[in-house]
Design a protein around this ligand. Structure first.
Ligand SMILES: Nc1ncnc2c1ncn2[C@@H]1O[C@H](COP(=O)(O)OP(=O)(O)OP(=O)(O)O)[C@@H](O)[C@H]1O
Ligand SMILES: [Mg+2]
Length: 310
Protein backbone atom coordinates (compact mmCIF):
# COMPACT_ATOMS: atom_id res chain seq x y z
CA UNK A 1 0.00 0.00 0.00
CA UNK A 2 1.99 2.96 -1.26
CA UNK A 3 0.67 6.40 -2.25
CA UNK A 4 -2.27 8.58 -1.28
CA UNK A 5 -4.65 6.87 -3.69
CA UNK A 6 -3.85 3.41 -2.43
CA UNK A 7 -4.11 4.42 1.23
CA UNK A 8 -7.37 6.22 0.53
CA UNK A 9 -8.70 3.08 -1.17
CA UNK A 10 -8.05 1.19 2.02
CA UNK A 11 -11.28 2.71 3.39
CA UNK A 12 -13.44 1.93 0.40
CA UNK A 13 -14.71 -1.35 -0.89
CA UNK A 14 -14.71 -0.35 -4.54
CA UNK A 15 -12.67 -2.62 -6.76
CA UNK A 16 -12.39 -0.51 -9.89
CA UNK A 17 -8.57 -0.77 -9.85
CA UNK A 18 -8.59 -4.53 -9.78
CA UNK A 19 -7.04 -5.86 -12.95
CA UNK A 20 -8.86 -8.63 -14.72
CA UNK A 21 -6.95 -11.88 -14.74
CA UNK A 22 -6.85 -13.27 -18.24
CA UNK A 23 -9.27 -16.19 -18.32
CA UNK A 24 -6.66 -18.55 -19.69
CA UNK A 25 -3.08 -17.92 -20.53
CA UNK A 26 -0.93 -20.28 -22.54
CA UNK A 27 1.70 -20.81 -19.81
CA UNK A 28 -1.04 -21.81 -17.37
CA UNK A 29 -2.32 -24.50 -19.65
CA UNK A 30 0.08 -27.25 -18.60
CA UNK A 31 -0.79 -29.39 -15.63
CA UNK A 32 1.24 -31.81 -13.54
CA UNK A 33 -0.36 -34.73 -15.39
CA UNK A 34 1.43 -33.77 -18.60
CA UNK A 35 4.78 -34.02 -16.82
CA UNK A 36 3.89 -37.46 -15.46
CA UNK A 37 2.95 -38.58 -18.99
CA UNK A 38 6.49 -37.81 -20.05
CA UNK A 39 8.09 -39.31 -16.93
CA UNK A 40 6.12 -42.54 -17.43
CA UNK A 41 7.45 -42.86 -20.99
CA UNK A 42 10.88 -43.94 -19.73
CA UNK A 43 9.43 -46.86 -17.75
CA UNK A 44 11.77 -46.32 -14.77
CA UNK A 45 13.99 -43.63 -13.29
CA UNK A 46 14.69 -41.26 -10.45
CA UNK A 47 12.37 -38.28 -9.92
CA UNK A 48 13.57 -35.75 -7.35
CA UNK A 49 11.42 -32.97 -5.96
CA UNK A 50 13.46 -30.00 -4.77
CA UNK A 51 12.73 -26.53 -3.48
CA UNK A 52 12.40 -24.30 -0.45
CA UNK A 53 10.47 -25.19 2.69
CA UNK A 54 6.71 -25.37 2.42
CA UNK A 55 6.35 -24.93 -1.36
CA UNK A 56 4.74 -28.35 -1.90
CA UNK A 57 7.59 -30.83 -2.48
CA UNK A 58 5.98 -33.60 -0.42
CA UNK A 59 2.58 -33.06 -2.02
CA UNK A 60 3.91 -33.10 -5.58
CA UNK A 61 6.18 -36.10 -4.86
CA UNK A 62 3.19 -38.04 -3.53
CA UNK A 63 0.97 -37.01 -6.46
CA UNK A 64 3.60 -38.06 -9.04
CA UNK A 65 4.21 -41.38 -7.26
CA UNK A 66 0.49 -42.19 -7.02
CA UNK A 67 -0.07 -41.40 -10.69
CA UNK A 68 2.86 -43.62 -11.74
CA UNK A 69 1.64 -46.42 -9.47
CA UNK A 70 -1.89 -46.08 -10.91
CA UNK A 71 -0.37 -46.71 -14.33
CA UNK A 72 0.84 -50.08 -13.02
CA UNK A 73 4.51 -49.26 -12.48
CA UNK A 74 6.50 -50.34 -9.44
CA UNK A 75 7.11 -47.15 -7.52
CA UNK A 76 9.21 -46.36 -4.47
CA UNK A 77 8.34 -43.05 -2.82
CA UNK A 78 10.98 -41.99 -0.33
CA UNK A 79 12.03 -38.90 1.56
CA UNK A 80 15.40 -37.55 2.62
CA UNK A 81 13.65 -34.93 4.72
CA UNK A 82 14.10 -35.58 8.45
CA UNK A 83 10.75 -33.87 9.04
CA UNK A 84 8.94 -35.75 6.29
CA UNK A 85 5.24 -36.44 6.51
CA UNK A 86 4.77 -38.61 3.44
CA UNK A 87 2.37 -41.01 5.11
CA UNK A 88 0.12 -38.17 6.30
CA UNK A 89 0.06 -36.69 2.79
CA UNK A 90 -0.68 -40.04 1.15
CA UNK A 91 -3.16 -41.17 3.79
CA UNK A 92 -3.55 -44.45 1.93
CA UNK A 93 -1.73 -47.36 0.36
CA UNK A 94 -1.32 -48.97 -3.06
CA UNK A 95 0.07 -52.45 -3.71
CA UNK A 96 2.80 -51.34 -6.10
CA UNK A 97 3.72 -48.20 -4.17
CA UNK A 98 6.42 -48.63 -1.53
CA UNK A 99 6.83 -45.76 0.90
CA UNK A 100 9.97 -45.24 2.96
CA UNK A 101 12.01 -42.62 4.66
CA UNK A 102 15.73 -42.03 4.90
CA UNK A 103 15.91 -41.18 8.57
CA UNK A 104 19.36 -39.84 9.49
CA UNK A 105 19.23 -41.32 13.01
CA UNK A 106 18.21 -44.79 11.78
CA UNK A 107 20.73 -44.76 8.92
CA UNK A 108 23.52 -43.61 11.21
CA UNK A 109 22.81 -46.38 13.70
CA UNK A 110 22.68 -48.95 10.90
CA UNK A 111 25.99 -47.71 9.52
CA UNK A 112 27.67 -47.72 12.96
CA UNK A 113 26.48 -51.24 13.67
CA UNK A 114 27.71 -52.40 10.29
CA UNK A 115 31.17 -50.87 10.66
CA UNK A 116 31.56 -52.26 14.18
CA UNK A 117 30.46 -55.72 13.05
CA UNK A 118 32.82 -55.78 10.07
CA UNK A 119 35.84 -53.53 10.56
CA UNK A 120 35.48 -53.57 14.36
CA UNK A 121 35.42 -57.36 14.60
CA UNK A 122 39.12 -57.67 13.85
CA UNK A 123 40.22 -55.03 16.37
CA UNK A 124 41.35 -55.40 19.98
CA UNK A 125 39.49 -53.63 22.74
CA UNK A 126 41.48 -50.39 22.41
CA UNK A 127 41.10 -50.35 18.62
CA UNK A 128 37.39 -50.90 18.96
CA UNK A 129 37.10 -48.04 21.43
CA UNK A 130 38.89 -45.76 18.98
CA UNK A 131 36.65 -46.86 16.13
CA UNK A 132 33.57 -46.24 18.24
CA UNK A 133 34.79 -42.75 19.02
CA UNK A 134 35.46 -42.16 15.33
CA UNK A 135 31.90 -43.18 14.54
CA UNK A 136 30.56 -40.47 16.85
CA UNK A 137 31.77 -37.78 14.42
CA UNK A 138 29.16 -35.77 12.49
CA UNK A 139 30.65 -37.10 9.25
CA UNK A 140 29.22 -40.49 10.11
CA UNK A 141 25.69 -39.21 9.63
CA UNK A 142 26.60 -37.65 6.30
CA UNK A 143 28.12 -40.91 5.08
CA UNK A 144 25.20 -42.98 6.35
CA UNK A 145 22.57 -40.79 4.68
CA UNK A 146 24.61 -40.70 1.51
CA UNK A 147 24.81 -44.51 1.46
CA UNK A 148 21.06 -44.84 1.86
CA UNK A 149 20.53 -42.23 -0.86
CA UNK A 150 22.96 -44.07 -3.19
CA UNK A 151 20.94 -47.23 -2.69
CA UNK A 152 17.71 -45.61 -3.89
CA UNK A 153 19.56 -44.06 -6.82
CA UNK A 154 20.63 -47.57 -7.87
CA UNK A 155 17.06 -48.85 -7.51
CA UNK A 156 15.93 -46.32 -10.11
CA UNK A 157 17.60 -48.41 -12.81
CA UNK A 158 14.69 -50.83 -12.78
CA UNK A 159 11.74 -49.02 -11.18
CA UNK A 160 10.47 -45.52 -10.50
CA UNK A 161 11.93 -43.90 -7.42
CA UNK A 162 10.36 -40.60 -6.39
CA UNK A 163 12.38 -38.65 -3.83
CA UNK A 164 10.86 -35.96 -1.67
CA UNK A 165 13.98 -34.05 -0.64
CA UNK A 166 14.54 -31.88 2.40
CA UNK A 167 14.41 -28.11 1.90
CA UNK A 168 17.28 -26.73 -0.18
CA UNK A 169 20.13 -26.55 2.37
CA UNK A 170 20.04 -30.23 3.36
CA UNK A 171 19.73 -31.33 -0.23
CA UNK A 172 22.78 -29.36 -1.29
CA UNK A 173 24.77 -31.00 1.51
CA UNK A 174 23.71 -34.39 0.23
CA UNK A 175 24.70 -33.48 -3.31
CA UNK A 176 27.98 -32.20 -1.97
CA UNK A 177 28.64 -35.59 -0.36
CA UNK A 178 27.75 -37.21 -3.69
CA UNK A 179 30.27 -34.93 -5.43
CA UNK A 180 33.05 -35.62 -2.90
CA UNK A 181 32.50 -39.35 -3.24
CA UNK A 182 32.65 -39.06 -7.00
CA UNK A 183 36.00 -37.23 -6.81
CA UNK A 184 37.34 -39.73 -4.29
CA UNK A 185 36.43 -42.70 -6.48
CA UNK A 186 38.00 -41.09 -9.52
CA UNK A 187 41.17 -40.31 -7.57
CA UNK A 188 41.45 -43.90 -6.34
CA UNK A 189 40.73 -45.80 -9.50
CA UNK A 190 42.43 -43.38 -11.88
CA UNK A 191 41.24 -42.61 -15.37
CA UNK A 192 41.58 -46.10 -16.80
CA UNK A 193 38.66 -47.96 -15.22
CA UNK A 194 35.04 -47.08 -15.75
CA UNK A 195 32.64 -46.90 -12.84
CA UNK A 196 29.26 -45.27 -12.42
CA UNK A 197 29.11 -43.15 -9.29
CA UNK A 198 25.82 -41.92 -7.78
CA UNK A 199 26.67 -38.40 -8.99
CA UNK A 200 26.98 -39.67 -12.55
CA UNK A 201 23.51 -41.19 -12.24
CA UNK A 202 22.13 -37.87 -10.96
CA UNK A 203 23.73 -36.11 -13.92
CA UNK A 204 22.30 -38.59 -16.40
CA UNK A 205 19.13 -37.05 -17.89
CA UNK A 206 17.93 -40.43 -19.11
CA UNK A 207 17.82 -41.67 -15.50
CA UNK A 208 17.23 -38.62 -13.30
CA UNK A 209 14.61 -35.92 -13.55
CA UNK A 210 14.79 -33.07 -11.06
CA UNK A 211 11.56 -31.13 -10.57
CA UNK A 212 11.97 -27.73 -8.93
CA UNK A 213 8.90 -26.69 -6.97
CA UNK A 214 8.19 -23.02 -6.34
CA UNK A 215 5.45 -20.50 -5.71
CA UNK A 216 4.68 -17.81 -8.30
CA UNK A 217 6.14 -15.01 -6.17
CA UNK A 218 9.27 -12.93 -6.65
CA UNK A 219 11.41 -14.23 -3.78
CA UNK A 220 10.52 -17.93 -4.11
CA UNK A 221 11.23 -17.78 -7.85
CA UNK A 222 14.59 -16.09 -7.23
CA UNK A 223 15.44 -18.73 -4.63
CA UNK A 224 14.48 -21.55 -6.96
CA UNK A 225 16.58 -19.96 -9.71
CA UNK A 226 19.53 -19.86 -7.36
CA UNK A 227 19.00 -23.54 -6.49
CA UNK A 228 18.90 -24.27 -10.22
CA UNK A 229 22.27 -22.47 -10.52
CA UNK A 230 23.74 -24.61 -7.71
CA UNK A 231 22.48 -27.77 -9.37
CA UNK A 232 23.82 -26.77 -12.75
CA UNK A 233 27.24 -26.17 -11.20
CA UNK A 234 27.05 -29.77 -9.96
CA UNK A 235 26.29 -30.86 -13.52
CA UNK A 236 22.60 -31.50 -12.85
CA UNK A 237 20.06 -29.71 -15.04
CA UNK A 238 16.54 -29.51 -13.60
CA UNK A 239 14.11 -31.24 -15.94
CA UNK A 240 11.03 -29.19 -15.09
CA UNK A 241 9.62 -26.49 -12.81
CA UNK A 242 6.38 -26.94 -10.94
CA UNK A 243 4.64 -23.74 -9.91
CA UNK A 244 2.43 -24.75 -7.02
CA UNK A 245 -0.36 -23.04 -5.18
CA UNK A 246 -1.05 -20.65 -8.05
CA UNK A 247 -3.94 -18.24 -7.63
CA UNK A 248 -3.80 -17.36 -11.30
CA UNK A 249 -4.40 -21.02 -12.19
CA UNK A 250 -7.27 -21.12 -9.70
CA UNK A 251 -8.98 -18.29 -11.60
CA UNK A 252 -10.66 -16.73 -8.55
CA UNK A 253 -13.62 -14.33 -8.60
CA UNK A 254 -12.84 -12.34 -5.49
CA UNK A 255 -11.30 -8.95 -6.47
CA UNK A 256 -8.44 -9.15 -3.98
CA UNK A 257 -7.56 -12.68 -5.05
CA UNK A 258 -7.77 -11.64 -8.70
CA UNK A 259 -5.29 -8.89 -8.00
CA UNK A 260 -2.91 -11.36 -6.35
CA UNK A 261 -3.46 -13.72 -9.26
CA UNK A 262 -2.53 -11.01 -11.74
CA UNK A 263 0.70 -10.33 -9.87
CA UNK A 264 1.70 -13.97 -10.41
CA UNK A 265 1.55 -13.74 -14.18
CA UNK A 266 4.92 -12.02 -14.72
CA UNK A 267 6.55 -14.60 -12.43
CA UNK A 268 4.97 -17.52 -14.26
CA UNK A 269 5.98 -15.96 -17.54
CA UNK A 270 9.56 -15.55 -16.32
CA UNK A 271 9.78 -19.19 -15.20
CA UNK A 272 8.21 -20.46 -18.39
CA UNK A 273 10.23 -18.37 -20.82
CA UNK A 274 13.60 -17.86 -19.18
CA UNK A 275 14.20 -20.40 -16.41
CA UNK A 276 12.51 -23.69 -17.14
CA UNK A 277 12.68 -26.30 -19.86
CA UNK A 278 9.19 -27.49 -18.92
CA UNK A 279 6.68 -25.82 -16.62
CA UNK A 280 3.60 -27.17 -14.91
CA UNK A 281 1.24 -25.03 -12.86
CA UNK A 282 -0.90 -26.34 -10.00
CA UNK A 283 -3.77 -24.16 -8.75
CA UNK A 284 -4.13 -23.11 -5.14
CA UNK A 285 -6.83 -25.34 -3.72
CA UNK A 286 -9.41 -24.47 -1.11
CA UNK A 287 -8.59 -27.70 0.71
CA UNK A 288 -5.14 -29.17 1.32
CA UNK A 289 -4.51 -31.97 -1.19
CA UNK A 290 -4.17 -34.83 1.28
CA UNK A 291 -5.17 -38.44 0.54
CA UNK A 292 -5.24 -40.50 -2.65
CA UNK A 293 -8.33 -38.93 -4.33
CA UNK A 294 -7.04 -35.37 -3.81
CA UNK A 295 -3.54 -36.31 -5.01
CA UNK A 296 -4.99 -38.01 -8.10
CA UNK A 297 -6.93 -34.85 -8.83
CA UNK A 298 -3.64 -32.89 -8.96
CA UNK A 299 -2.45 -34.94 -11.92
CA UNK A 300 -5.72 -35.75 -13.63
CA UNK A 301 -7.02 -32.25 -14.20
CA UNK A 302 -5.43 -30.22 -16.93
CA UNK A 303 -3.63 -33.00 -18.74
CA UNK A 304 -2.61 -30.88 -21.74
CA UNK A 305 0.71 -31.82 -23.24
CA UNK A 306 3.75 -30.11 -21.70
CA UNK A 307 4.91 -27.44 -24.08
CA UNK A 308 8.67 -27.11 -24.38
CA UNK A 309 9.72 -23.55 -23.64
CA UNK A 310 13.31 -22.51 -23.00
N1 LIG B 1 -1.89 -26.57 -4.48
C1 LIG B 1 -2.13 -26.53 -3.17
N2 LIG B 1 -3.24 -25.93 -2.68
C2 LIG B 1 -3.48 -25.89 -1.36
N3 LIG B 1 -2.68 -26.39 -0.43
C3 LIG B 1 -1.54 -26.99 -0.83
C4 LIG B 1 -1.20 -27.09 -2.22
N4 LIG B 1 -0.02 -27.75 -2.32
C5 LIG B 1 0.36 -28.02 -1.05
N5 LIG B 1 -0.53 -27.60 -0.17
C6 LIG B 1 -0.45 -27.69 1.30
O1 LIG B 1 0.62 -26.84 1.71
C7 LIG B 1 1.35 -27.40 2.79
C8 LIG B 1 2.82 -27.54 2.41
O2 LIG B 1 2.94 -28.51 1.38
P1 LIG B 1 4.07 -29.64 1.45
O3 LIG B 1 4.12 -30.25 2.78
O4 LIG B 1 3.86 -30.52 0.28
O5 LIG B 1 5.34 -28.71 1.21
P2 LIG B 1 6.89 -29.11 1.37
O6 LIG B 1 7.62 -28.33 0.34
O7 LIG B 1 7.04 -30.58 1.35
O8 LIG B 1 7.17 -28.54 2.81
P3 LIG B 1 8.46 -28.84 3.75
O9 LIG B 1 9.58 -28.08 3.15
O10 LIG B 1 8.02 -28.32 5.07
O11 LIG B 1 8.66 -30.33 3.72
C9 LIG B 1 0.68 -28.74 3.09
O12 LIG B 1 -0.20 -28.57 4.14
C10 LIG B 1 -0.07 -29.07 1.79
O13 LIG B 1 -1.20 -29.89 2.01
MG1 LIG C 1 7.92 -31.86 2.77
Amino acid sequence: MVGVQALDDLFTTQDSHVPAVPATTEPLATGLGALVDEIADSGHGLVMLMGKGGVGKTTVAAAVAVDLADRGYDVHLTSTDPAAHLTETLAGALDNLQVSRIDPAVETQRYRDHVLATKGAQLDQQGRAMLEEDLQSPCTEEIAVFQAFSKVIREARHKFVVVDTAPTGHTLLLLDATGSYDREVRRKIGATMTVTTPLMRLQDPTLTKVLLVTLAETTPVLEAASLQGDLERAGITPWAWVINNSLAAANPHNPLLRQRAASELPEIDKVHHTLATRTAVIPALAEEPVGLPALRHLTSSNRLSASPSR
